[in-house]
Design a protein around this ligand. Structure first.
Ligand SMILES: Cc1cc2nc3c(=O)[nH]c(=O)nc-3n(C[C@H](O)[C@H](O)[C@H](O)COP(=O)(O)OP(=O)(O)OC[C@H]3O[C@@H](n4cnc5c(N)ncnc54)[C@H](O)[C@@H]3O)c2cc1C
Length: 285
C-alpha cells in the first residue's frame, strides 16, 4: 500500500485549502469504510487523506418541520433517532439494513452519497423523500436535489474541493407512507437491488407517488414515468402487476459478482411492487 499523509482540519475552510494544496491528489475521508477499502485494494492511491470527522458543522440531526441531516451523521445515529423511525420509516429501514453494527457506528450518510455507488442504500429513500443536498466549497454554498447529484457510477456533480455539508428532507405530507426494501446475497451485504416507495393516499386514490431503485442502473434511479402512471389511481393488484413489468423495462442492470442482470431486472420489479403495497397497507392499518 502506498504511503499517504493524513490531515485533521478543524474547519471547513482549512479542509478546502488542504484539498487545493494537493491539486486533486487528495481525498476527503469521513468513516473511511469505502475509502480505506479501496486504498487497500489499490483501486486508488491518494497522496493524502483529509479527515472530516472533527468537523462539528457536519454532525447532527435537526427536526425543523422537515429534517436536516449533517453529512457526517453516522448511520447508527439515524437508525436510533425516534422521529426518523416514526415519520421517515424508509430512511430508518435503509439505515438499519446497511452493513452491520460495526460499520454503522463509523459510516456516514454523506460518505454513502458522495461515494455514489449505484447500490448506496441511503439513496433511494432520500430520493423519494425529495432530499436536497448542500455542498460547500471555496465558491460558497449551493443546493441541489439528490436526484441530480448522481451523474454516473462513482461520479457526482460535486467539485473535488466541495464538501457535502447537509441533507434536507422536506416536511412530510399527511396520509403519506414510505417503505425501503433490499435484497442481498446475505443480510449485511451490499444490495443486489434495493427500492423505496413513497405514497400519499386520499379516499383510496394515490395522490402522490415517488419511486426509486438502486443497483439496477448507473445511478440510483427515480422512476418518474411509473410514478405518473400510479398517481390518480386506486392501487389494485392489476395496477401493481403492470408496475412490476414497467420497472423491469425501465432499469438497465449489469451482471457482476453479486447477481446477473436478468435476476436484478426481475427482482427490482418485485421490490417496487412490494414496497408500494406495503406503504399503502401501512396507511390502511
Ligand atoms: C463490510 C462493508 C459492508 C458494507 N455494506 C454496505 C451496505 O449494505 N450498503 C451500503 O450502501 N454501503 C455499504 N458499504 C459501503 C460503506 O460502508 C458506505 O457507503 C458508507 O456509508 C460510506 O461512508 P463513510 O463515511 O465510511 O465514507 P468514506 O469511506 O469516508 O468516504 C466515501 C467517499 O465519500 C467522500 N466523502 C465522504 N464524506 C464526504 C463529505 N461530507 N463531503 C464530500 N465528500 C465526502 C470521500 O472522499 C469518499 O470518496 C459497506 C462497506 C463495507 C466495508
Amino acid at each position: 500500500m502506498k504511503r499517504f499523509d493524513y490531515y485533521q482540519p478543524e474547519s471547513l475552510k482549512e479542509a478546502y485549502q488542504l484539498m487545493e494544496k494537493f491539486k486533486g491528489e487528495a481525498l476527503y475521508v469521513a468513516g473511511g469504510t469505502d475509502v480505506i477499502v479501496r486504498i487497500k485494494q489499490r483501486a486508488i492511491e491518494p497522496e493524502a487523506l483529509i479527515s472530516l470527522r472533527g468537523l462539528k458543522e457536519l454532525r447532527g440531526i435537526k427536526d425543523n418541520g422537515g429534517l436536516t441531516l449533517g453529512a457526517g451523521t453516522l448511520f447508527r445515529d439515524i437508525e436510533r433517532y425516534p422521529l426518523i423511525a416514526k415519520e421517515y420509516p424508509a430512511l430508518h429501514q435503509a439505515a438499519s439494513m446497511l452493513a452491520n453494527l460495526q460499520i454503522r457506528n463509523v459510516a456516514t450518510v454523506g460518505g454513502n452519497l458522495c461515494n455514489a455507488a449505484p447500490s448506496a442504500d441511503s439513496a433511494p429513500p432520500l430520493i423519494v423523500l425529495g432530499a436536497m443536498v448542500v455542498l460547500e466549497g471555496p465558491g460558497g454554498k449551493r443546493k441541489m436535489s439528490l436526484e441530480d447529484f448522481f451523474t454516473g457510477p462513482g461520479q457526482t456533480a460535486k467539485e473535488p474541493q466541495e464538501i457535502m455539508r447537509e441533507i434536507h428532507i422536506p416536511e412530510k405530507d399527511a396520509n403519506t407512507a414510505t417503505v425501503f426494501l433490499k435484497i442481498g446475497r446475505v443480510s449485511q451485504d451490499i444490495a443486489i437491488a434495493n427500492a423505496a416507495a413513497l405514497v400519499t393516499m386520499e379516499n383510496k386514490v394515490c395522490k402522490r407517488c415517488r419511486l426509486a431503485v438502486g443497483a439496477v442502473a448507473p445511478v440510483p434511479l427515480r422512476l418518474k414515468g411509473i410514478e405518473e402512471k400510479i398517481e390518480g389511481e386506486e392501487i389494485t393488484d392489476d395496477l401493481l402487476q403492470e408496475v412490476e413489468k414497467m420497472v423491469c423495462d425501465a432499469v438497465s442492470p449489469i451482471t457482476d459478482v453479486r447477481a446477473t442482470k436478468e435476476y436484478r431486472r426481475t427482482v427490482s420489479g418485485v421490490l417496487v411492487k412490494r414496497a408500494i403495497a406495503q406503504a399503502v397497507a401501512s396507511l390502511e392499518g
